[in-house]
Design a binder for this molecule. Structure first.
Ligand code: GLV
Ligand code: GLV
Length: 321
């Protein structure tokens, strides 16, 4: 019987089903660093969350550790080299959350461009309104350009949504991608094109981030990138907060260098730059990109199943390569 540490709140009925026969510890609270380092010492496996600090020191304490089943698409919190050196398999949950996360990214896009957060606050505050042709005007999407950074599964799902709403898609990625599914969505949009980053920043009406956080993408949206964007453009981030220089974003918003931002992730999560909280043209969400019940259940199941397989001596279903 293996000992499996569940480091954060989890859909435990699903997890327990997949890990029946093993000793499963936790799953009802977020373990802090101290608790994690106590638990990892005796763990055969960990079912982890994207906020767990799985650095080389932490991983080094897991002398029995065979598998880290990360319950997320991203895994920038895990020192993959340290895990590899220790012979620990790391798995994630790709392939099941991209449509749901793109739904949320597109929600943010609609919210910022149509000012729904601001408008809803207006109504809730009891401010005067009557139907007014000139009131709360936002940006239109037909013929607007959606610039996607990182055309993986989530970026592609976001691109299809943009096309469905009449947006022309440009993207930046390391490699040319198959865009047939995007171009098939709407006969009235222009063919999807891969462009250089500076071209993307300069020409997009909405820039949406869908890249992993790596050394290359940290602060990819910095002061220069924001200055290169159109004054009328919006930034949407559902990827990782640190892909954006949040201080530079605050300055750009204050200066009116861009029109607004929709953010589900923050550089120093869950701490948010205080200035953002006061800005009407910013929509702020608490990292809920994949938070639809069926999606989260499928993620829990896949993370747990990966662990069960590795403990059983079988290959993981979705290892991090
Ligand atoms: C969420 O941010 C994830 O990586 O799944
Ligand atoms: C991003 O998705 C890339 O493949 O570069």
């Amino acid at each position: 019987m293996a000992r499996i540490i569940v480091t954060a709140p989890q859909l435990m009925s699903v997890v327990n089903e997949e890990l029946a026969g093993h000793e499963v510890v936790g799953g009802d609270h977020l373990m802090d660093r101290q608790e994690l380092s106590n638990q990892v010492v005796t763990a055969d496996a960990m079912l982890t969350s994207l906020s767990d600090p799985l650095d080389a020191e932490m991983i080094g304490k897991g002398k029995n550790l065979k598998v880290i089943g990360q319950c997320a698409a991203g895994f920038n919190n895990i020192d993959l080299d340290a895990a590899r050196r220790a012979g620990i398999v790391v798995t994630s949950t790709p392939g099941i959350l991209h449509e749901t996360t793109a739904d949320l990214a597109f929600t943010l896009l609609l919210e910022v461009t149509r000012r729904t957060g601001e408008a809803e606050r207006w109504v809730r505050a009891g401010k005067a309104w009557h139907y007014d042709h000139t009131f709360m005007l936002g940006a239109g999407l037909q013929g607007a350009t959606l610039g996607i950074i990182g055309l993986g599964q989530i970026g592609e799902a976001m691109a299809r949504r943009g096309a469905a709403f009449g947006m022309n898609v440009i993207y930046n990625a390391r490699h040319e991608k198959d865009v047939a599914a995007i171009d098939a969505v709407n006969p009235n949009t222009q063919p999807t094109r891969r462009v250089e980053l500076d071209d993307l920043f300069a020409n997009s009406d909405v820039v949406s981030l869908h890249c992993p956080l790596t050394d290359e993408t940290r602060h990819l949206v910095d002061a220069d990138a924001l200055a290169a964007m159109k004054k009328t453009a919006y930034l949407v981030n559902t990827a990782r907060g640190a892909c954006v220089d949040e201080a530079a974003l605050v300055e750009a918003l204050k200066a009116g260098a861009i029109a607004g931002a929709g953010l589900d992730v923050f550089e120093d999560e869950p701490t948010i730059s205080a200035d953002l909280l006061t800005m009407e043209n910013v929509v702020l969400l608490p990292h809920i990109g994949s938070a639809a019940l069926p999606t989260r259940a499928a993620m829990s199941r896949l993370a747990a199943r990966n662990i069960a397989k590795v403990l059983d001596g079988k290959p993981a279903e979705t290892p991090v390569e």
